[in-house]
Design a protein around this ligand. Structure first.
Ligand code: SF4
Length: 706
């Protein structure tokens, strides 16, 4: 079905998780400006759409993989050939050897394309980049409350008396949230910031806890100790809606603030003050997202500790507290077709072929395969084909060289993206993808003051021969001809997603504001049976699910594999703790070729305290080499330009992830030059027990002048 153009130019920005409502200024069919963008990434959508380097036509590799020799082909040829190769892989090796991947690029479109592919290609191997970021928090929350708890979605900052930002630099990662938080703080809401760096919000905070990276669980346990022993918890909620309180109480007795202080590098007084302030200022919202509860092997324990704090203080599903957002979907059955992750699966006989089957049951539950197995599988034959939607996997996943070489070994690699990336360079086919302004879509958004799903049509015609990522998968799936045609086209898919709401996509586009509201209600556990989606039906301080799957059922602090305590011998040679920082101009690996964004961050920066820098003869602006203790890459380094920051913890250095350089020679485009993933090994653990990622931050490193 041919799609129409939106008459009002309204669409949603998907360049980060904020989903700002934008209006495109369109003149003679050309997007000339954007209204409503909260940040540079929204404002530069026209720069992306008309970028001279944008991939505009289907391309087929004609030389060796990575040789840079491409031939422009028609869509007809691309679909025909890719379908034939997918069938060949399926017949020879099994469809479970096909891996579907998306990162944060093209956001929900990539996710949707993978979900569609799961059905058409009949593979359980899907992976979203966020398995190392939001998923540890989500799985820990599921183990505690059967719900998501500490997402920023649904936050009601204007109703919160206290906001606790735990490793969340919202000004850079979620600018629209930052605006709302600042407004709340101006109105008298108290603010606690937990962050090793003086992020902008730290300056606004009533209490800034300059924590040592990787020690968040210790802080959380110290706070729980105070809240329980001083009886500051919400007695009514704890008595009526939780299980495991007595076990938690006994468990935390040894984890006093005095115990936590030296581990976290915080004062005992500050830990006590944070506990009292959080517990005595309800309703409070605790926002962590991809901060403390991500990219570490202790991520899920950090998240569990936070979840217990939220439950102890009765901040669950109350106005201004932490709102479980999946319930909003469930209430309207929209969830099943919108957050398709749990409802769309490959055929049942593929379930036990899932990478990580039995080992990571909670990942299996949310249908996200084990990445280290998948990447190792590229080398040992368990993975034979990859369909990668807007995911610069070589840069964004750990062990970049292993990913790069692994992709070269596959029978088929299909990449759809806006630009040639190090990942696209080793593909067999590179397909031109539509931007956010060039697609029809439905987006669920959960921002104050209410929740809704919104539909929008494309606001301009696609450039060149760009296609919607979902259309690419549907057309290849149909051409493969292996059975059921699940969706005829993208509009059919969009109609399917709305079926529980009794609307078609077209009808929704014709509604006022194109949206369906989901009125918000609170304390839904009081009205539902069971109250919480846990084995006990209650909020579980002692998590039965985690107990059954063999991880700690009570929040437990483990020293990081590399820390001055666990590996003092490593710290003699590698005396800094590497942490990750975010950049205002880029979302992960995206945007490096967009001039207005790149001007904000021309070089990869390493933040460092002036004292240790001075001892090493390093001045502001110097280029330095960073190395870590990983044996596999001990002779390798990555490079940064130093920025001296006197508010940094002196033992800590911080750099943004995701660096590559479109201007550097193909095929690598500098993918290994300033990217921490180029120094990490996926081949050995320790792995995060619920999610399976390796440690990506809070890593021992050394810095030398280049
Ligand atoms: S904050 Fe920026 S990138 Fe994110 S949705 Fe809004 S305009 Fe887009």
């Amino acid at each position: 079905m041919e799609s129409k153009i939106s008459p009002d130019g309204k669409f949603l920005c998907l360049r980060c998780h904020q989903k700002c409502h934008l209006t495109g200024q369109v003149s003679d069919g050309k997007l000339v400006g954007i209204e409503g963008a909260t940040c540079i990434k929204g404002r530069t959508i026209p720069d992306l759409v008309y970028h001279p380097d944008r991939v505009l036509y289907p391309q087929k590799r004609v030389g060796e993989k990575g040789s840079g020799k491409w031939e422009r082909i028609s869509w007809e040829q691309a679909i025909e050939e890719i379908a034939a190769k997918m069938n060949e892989v399926t017949d020879k090796y099994g469809s479970e050897t096909i891996y579907l991947s998306t990162g944060s690029g093209q956001k929900q479109i990539g996710n949707q394309a993978c979900e569609i592919g799961k059905k058409f290609f009949d593979t359980p191997q899907t992976h979203w980049g966020r398995y190392t970021c939001i998923i540890p928090q989500a799985t820990a929350d599921f183990g505690t409350a059967g719900e998501t708890l500490a997402y920023e979605y649904c936050a009601e900052y204007s109703k919160s008396k206290l906001i606790m930002l735990w490793g969340a630099n919202v000004d850079l990662t979620c600018p629209a949230q930052a605006r709302d938080i600042r407004e709340a703080v101006r109105g008298g809401t108290k603010l606690i910031v937990v962050d090793p760096r003086a992020i902008p919000m730290a300056k606004k905070a009533n209490l800034w806890l300059k924590i040592k990276p990787g020690t968040d669980t210790a802080l959380g346990l110290g706070m729980i100790n105070v809240i329980i022993n001083e009886e500051l918890y919400d007695k009514d909620f704890v008595k009526n809606w939780t299980v495991g309180f007595e076990r938690l109480k006994a468990h935390v007795q040894e984890f006093t603030p005095a115990w936590a202080a030296p581990i976290t590098d915080l004062s005992e007084a500050d830990i006590i003050a944070a506990a009292r302030l959080y517990a005595k200022t309800p309703p409070a919202t605790l926002y962590a997202r991809t901060g403390a509860a991500a990219q570490q092997i202790n991520s899920s324990q950090n998240a569990r500790t936070m979840a217990c704090l939220i439950g102890l203080c009765g901040n669950v599903d109350v106005p201004g507290g932490n709102i479980p957002y999946l319930r909003t979907f469930n209430a309207k059955y929209f969830y099943h077709s919108y957050t398709t992750r749990m409802s769309l699966r490959a055929s049942p006989n593929k379930e036990n072929k899932f990478f990580g089957f039995g080992k990571y049951p909670m990942m299996h539950m949310i249908s996200m395969c084990d990445m280290p197995t998948c990447i190792r599988g590229m080398h040992d034959g368990r993975t034979r084909a990859a369909w990668i939607v807007a995911n610069n996997l070589v840069v964004s996943d750990q062990d970049s060289r292993m990913v790069f070489e692994g992709l070269k070994k596959l029978k088929l690699v299909v990449v759809s993206d806006y630009f040639m990336t190090p990942t696209a360079e080793v593909a067999d086919y590179v397909l031109p993808a539509c931007s956010y302004a060039e697609i029809d879509n439905i987006v669920g958004t959960f921002q104050e003051p209410y929740d809704y799903a919104i539909a929008h049509r494309k606001i301009i015609e696609p450039q060149g021969e760009c296609w919607d990522d979902r259309k690419m998968v549907i057309e290849v799936g149909k051409k493969m001809g292996r059975g059921e045609v699940f969706w005829e086209d993208v509009e059919d898919w969009l109609d399917w997603r709305l079926k529980y709401l009794g609307k078609t996509f077209d009808e929704m586009c014709n509604m006022p504001d194109h949206k369906i509201d989901f009125p918000r209600s609170y304390r839904r556990y009081e009205k539902s049976v069971p109250g919480f989606g846990t084995p006990s039906g209650k909020f579980e301080f002692y998590s039965e699910i985690l107990d059954v799957i063999g991880t700690e059922p009570l929040p437990t602090f483990r020293e990081n594999p590399e820390s001055p305590v666990s590996s003092p011998e490593i710290f003699k040679e590698y005396p800094f703790i590497y942490m990750q920082v975010r950049l205002a101009g880029f979302q992960h690996t995206e945007g490096r070729q967009i001039e207005r964004q790149r001007k904000m961050h021309p070089d990869p920066i390493l933040e460092m305290h002036p004292d240790p820098a001075g001892k090493l003869g390093i001045s502001d602006g110097d280029w330095v080499k960073l190395q870590i203790a990983e044996q596999k890459y001990k002779d390798k380094h990555i490079s940064f330009r130093v920025k001296l920051v006197d508010t940094m913890h002196p033992e800590t250095v911080g750099a943004a992830h995701g660096w590559w350089f479109p201007e550097k020679p193909a095929p690598e485009h500098g993918a290994f030059d300033s990217n921490i993933n180029a120094l990490l090994s996926m081949e050995h653990g320790p792995y995060e027990p619920l999610v399976g990622n390796i440690q990506q931050r809070a890593i021992a490193c050394k810095v030398t002048k280049a």
